[in-house]
Design a protein around this ligand. Structure first.
Ligand SMILES: Nc1ncnc2c1ncn2[C@@H]1O[C@H](COP(=O)(O)OP(=O)(O)OP(=O)(O)O)[C@@H](O)[C@H]1O
Length: 483
């Protein structure tokens, strides 16, 4: 990023911004000077903790506040969200603060990035659909078009979102014409098809990267007659749009396991890899061929053959869908079933994400992994209390308890360069057990890789582990809804 840092503000240089000139600021003075934050309320919860309501003191306008740790991953999230933000189908970022914040239970204040977001009063898209009477293909196409426009905005700026899922599609308000907007750029990444990254290390190469290289070689030899760069991450977004559309049309996902489970099964993984899904006659016979055509072209198993965002936006169905009434709202009413659908989609997204080869893995001493940072801070007795936000010290925050679980998740998603990965992971798990205790859910997850109380006896699948811990975090913070 070509950021110019001046007086605590971050200005995006013109070449990094979109067509219009964008000037974005990051404040360092306390957010509480400008906003009243309702720390005890929450609008929703994700891996990074609760999203809370706040009110701009001068205008009395309501916003949503997302609180992130001040680490490079969060900076990427903020930067890419801001970059894509100026669009009717993307949740707007209004202000960003970097404040030292101390939550109750924490030994000291920590630097945090606070994102003030447009308040999405209408909640999540699928919750809305479940309440619709007379939900038609036409309405589904209207929603899909808005999702597609959001994706187009991102892809046009060479940003792949990589976390397109129902929870990240929110409605502006509860009106009939409310727009759908995309949020959560926590996994977004620049994807311009250029894979010649200087930090390329063979040990971290995902199969998809090798696939992309093969694609490039074939292009060079003229075996593939296209000059389109192979943008794997963007094509994953298109796959997600396909899954979301399939669910909107019939109420259940295209890939599901015969044996219901909270985790993605090998059977489901096989089905996804082979592109094996069906349009069961009883639910799909009345759905238009055009709608099925969009699904088929989005769920094409070969990412390089999948429809891209421009092709989707010009598809007939998006602009001329029939008034056929769909049965999906009735299926959405089963909340537990819906949670399983979301979890399976989310897990598959984790598996599809190509590890970021442009990130230089830092030595342990420099790492920003929260747990190592905490230790380092303790060693150096660095005082971080300056400028901490007053109200937080009064909030009873159960998120502190799950913090070690979030540390493991961060470690699994982007492992730093350490000498002994197994030992590091074992230590993180021990800290988490000390903090949250061995709950049934946590024990079950650990058992899969034969945790013996001190170490794992088999190799841990990091992405799967991270996802399962993510579910525990969500469940635990959901149980404590007053946080
Ligand atoms: N601008 C907003 N207005 C209203 N509610 C919001 C807003 N942003 C987020 N939420 C609620 O908070 C939830 C979590 O937000 P978000 O997805 O940004 O957090 P996250 O920690 O990145 O989540 P994830 O676990 O999906 O990565 C959303 O699913 C939604 O219910």
């Amino acid at each position: 990023m070509n950021n110019l840092v001046t007086d605590g503000k971050i200005l995006f240089s013109r070449e990094e911004s979109s067509a219009e000139e964008t000037e974005l600021f990051r404040y360092t003075h306390p957010i509480t000077n400008d906003y009243t934050v309702h720390w005890k309320e929450k609008l929703g919860t994700g891996i990074s903790g609760p999203v809370r309501p706040c009110v701009h003191k001068a205008s009395k306008t309501r916003y949503a506040l997302k609180c992130l740790p001040d680490i490079p991953k969060s900076h990427t999230e903020v930067n890419l969200h801001m970059k894509c933000s100026n669009h009717p189908n993307i949740v707007k970022v209004f202000d960003v603060y970097t404040n030292d914040v101390q939550f109750p239970g924490e030994e000291q204040a920590k630097s945090r990035v606070l994102m003030v977001l447009e308040f999405m009063e209408g909640g999540e898209l699928f919750d809305r659909i479940s309440k619709e009477s007379g939900f038609t293909e036409k309405k589904a196409a209207r929603f899909l078009k808005q999702i597609a426009l959001a994706v187009h905005r991102c892809h046009h700026l060479n940003v792949a979102h990589r976390d397109l899922k129902p929870e990240n599609l929110l409605l502006r308000d509860n009106s009939e014409e409310a727009e759908v907007k995309l949020t959560d750029f926590g996994f977004a990444k620049v994807d311009d098809g250029n894979l010649q990254t200087p930090h390329f290390t063979p040990y971290y190469v995902a199969p998809q990267v090798l696939e992309a290289q093969r694609h490039k070689a074939k292009q060079k030899k003229g075996i593939i007659q296209t000059n389109k760069p192979y943008t794997y991450d963007k094509s994953c977004d298109m796959w997600s749009v396909g899954v979301i559309l399939y669910i909107m049309l019939c109420g259940y996902p295209p890939f599901y396991s015969e044996t219901p489970s909270r985790t993605i099964t090998n059977e489901m993984r096989r089905k996804i890899r082979s592109g094996h899904y069906q349009f069961p006659e009883e639910d799909w016979s009345f759905i238009s061929e055009d709608a099925k055509d969009v699904v088929k072209r989005l769920l094409h198993v070969d990412p390089s053959c999948r429809m891209d965002i421009n092709e989707l936006l010009t598809h007939t169905w998006l602009n001329d869908a029939p008034d056929t009434v769909l049965h999906s709202p009735a299926v959405f009413i089963d909340k537990d079933g819906m949670e399983d659908v979301k979890l399976a989609h989310s897990q598959h997204l984790t598996e599809m994400r190509v590890p970021d080869t442009t990130v230089t893995l830092k030595p342990l001493t420099n790492t920003n992994n929260p747990i190592f940072r905490k230790r380092k801070l303790r060693q150096n007795s660095i005082e971080e209390t300056k400028g901490s936000c007053e109200p937080l010290t009064k909030v009873k925050d159960n998120n502190v308890k799950v913090k070690p679980l979030r540390d493991i998740i961060a470690y699994c998603i982007l492992p730093p360069k350490v000498d002994d990965h197994e030992k590091t992971l074992n230590n993180l798990v021990i800290s988490a057990i000390q903090s949250v205790g061995l709950t049934d859910q946590f024990s079950k997850v650990l058992k899969q890789w034969q945790w013996d109380g001190a170490q794992f006896k088999t190799k841990v699948e990091k992405s799967k582990f991270a996802h399962e811990l993510g579910q525990i975090v969500k469940d635990m913070t959901r149980l404590h809804s007053h946080v």
